[in-house]
Design a protein around this ligand. Structure first.
Ligand code: SF4
Length: 507
């Protein structure tokens, strides 16, 4: 088998089939959450989604991220040809809908459409003394990438006070990193931490930690102790899955060190969502055949939960929605959407601030979503993955757009800020939290694609798709009365963070 085919298999499997260690962590979290709680409902939906993605060989999450390959190869291996093989496999995987076209020119905003472009995909080559080729791949989406954080010690941290240049300071930074992510990186999440290095190598080190199997033990005893402490302690913040509140906030923590220069002391944290898509293969350097899969030493099956997103007592919303119905909703209500909704994310929000909408949005539902779409030869579009994207990016625009167009409901994930909350109250609208990353679950709710606008201008993920849905569930997390579950959880978890202020490790 040519290397390109093996790489296509690696990309497809990484995008569609979570490795057993990640499944095990999610299964454990499911057991810990209280039956019937919002966190349990979110985890059930996540599990349902993982099973669907594997069965249908479709992306677990619509954001297939920045493809990042780490390649170890023997001396004399043709890296130039292998880079071409990787690029061809990426293009093919994109055509097949296993990857969303995600490569965008930062100046023009133009999507290349095939996941290639300056610096994309990311490929790191390393030579080694073995005579086979090892390829590891991580697909890390934007929602969690945006929650990565780097600290330069010493620093002052909200709730935790002074973080000095010692293990105590590092401990505080890591806890703060989990706190600041809240549910926006699709918690419950995994963190890779890099202590030391410089600004760039620190982040590289943090991301490298995400390639460690979840059940390994750090050979450095101090770091092993810190990893265990963080795993036990971070969950006391009770941010929970999707930031809904709950017992499980963190599913994994891996920490590495790299020497620093005396003047700099960085702690870098790479946050990864529950959709922790990383896999690897060992290839025969001559034939390109797969000799071994990595991270698959054992099997871990997940059972599809019955009625994953329990909608007993759910309120049906169908556009055009009246102001009266919206004002009757309150935080915690479960809604089931039917009928039409329109996708819109960064480019659409920017556009709508200055222009009219291409369709009537009065009483309508706006979905923060950049789906994976495939088109038949006859021009018919099909949704292949369609979970919510992080809503906070639209915070500067949302309230104005709701008011300007008479939108009654916005669906997304991670919640929005005070400006939007005030806008919801003023205009009579709600924010609905869908389960982040549940791209197959929500794609299955789409019954028809009624049309699209701006696909040429903005590309597939940023276009405005007009979707007909049935039984699309979500939770009201910000209502038209100024209440916000996100604000509540952020405040509660800050109180819990403050309780972790006192030193734990001797400095
Ligand atoms: S699960 Fe959430 S954070 Fe992760 S890639 Fe998907 S949308 Fe982004």
């Amino acid at each position: 088998m040519a290397a390109k085919d093996s790489l296509l298999q690696l990309i497809t499997e990484t995008s569609t089939n979570l490795p057993p260690d990640v499944r095990r962590a999610i299964k454990k979290a499911q057991i810990q959450e209280e039956f019937g709680s919002r966190a349990a409902l979110a985890l059930n939906t996540i599990v349902d989604n993982i099973v669907s993605a594997e069965e249908d060989v479709q992306p677990i999450c619509q954001d297939t991220g920045m493809p990042t390959f780490i390649v170890h190869c023997p001396v004399g291996f043709n890296q130039i040809q292998f880079q071409r093989d990787i690029e061809e496999a990426i293009v093919e995987a994109t055509k097949l809908g296993k990857l969303r076209p995600n490569s965008v020119d930062p100046l023009t905003g133009k999507n290349t459409g095939n996941n290639l472009g300056e610096g994309v995909p990311v490929v790191h080559f390393h030579q080694w003394a073995r005579d086979d080729v090892e390829v590891k791949l991580i697909l890390k989406g934007g929602g969690c990438e945006n929650k990565n954080i780097q600290y330069a010690l010493p620093t002052e941290l909200p709730g935790l006070g002074r973080a000095g240049r010692d293990l105590e300071g590092v401990r505080k930074c890591i806890l703060h990193a989990v706190y600041q992510a809240q549910g926006q990186g699709c918690s419950a999440g995994f963190i890779g931490v890099g202590i030391g290095g410089d600004r760039t190598s620190g982040y590289d080190l943090a991301k490298e930690q995400l390639f460690r199997p979840l059940d390994d033990v750090n050979p450095n005893e101090t770091l092993a102790e810190l990893e265990n402490y963080i795993m036990e302690t971070a969950n006391r913040l009770e941010i929970g899955t999707m930031g809904f509140g709950g017992k499980v906030t963190l599913l994994g923590c891996k920490i590495g060190v790299r020497n620093r220069i005396p003047a700099s002391f960085y702690v870098s944290v790479a946050y990864n969502c529950w959709a922790f898509r990383r896999l690897g293969v060992v290839l025969d350097p001559k034939t390109g055949d797969i000799k071994q899969w990595l991270y698959r030493d054992y099997e871990e099956t997940l059972q599809r939960p019955e009625n994953a997103f329990s909608t007993d007592g759910a309120i049906v919303l169908q556009a055009p929605i009246s102001e009266e119905q919206i004002r009757s909703l309150k935080v915690g209500d479960v809604v089931l959407i039917k009928g039409e909704m329109h996708t819109g994310r960064d480019e659409i929000h920017k556009y709508l601030m200055k222009h009219d909408a291409p369709v009537d949005l009065n009483g309508g539902i706006l979905y923060h979503c950049g789906p994976v779409m495939l088109q038949d030869d006859d021009g018919t579009w099909h949704v292949k993955a369609a979970g919510p994207t992080t809503s906070s990016r639209e915070e500067p625009y949302q309230a104005d757009i709701i008011e300007k167009f008479g939108i009654r409901a916005v669906i997304g994930k991670g919640g929005m800020g005070q400006k939007t909350s005030d806008g919801l109250k003023k205009s009579g609208a709600v924010y609905l939290n869908a389960i982040g990353g549940a791209a197959q679950f929500y794609a299955n709710c789409v019954k028809a694609v009624k049309g699209v606008h701006f696909i040429e201008e903005f590309g597939v993920p940023e276009a405005m798709w007009h979707l007909e849905v049935e039984g699309f569930p979500a939770i009201v997390t910000m209502d038209a009365h100024g209440n916000s579950l996100h604000k509540e959880v952020a405040e509660d978890s800050m109180v819990k963070l403050e309780e972790l202020k006192d030193p734990v490790f001797a400095s």
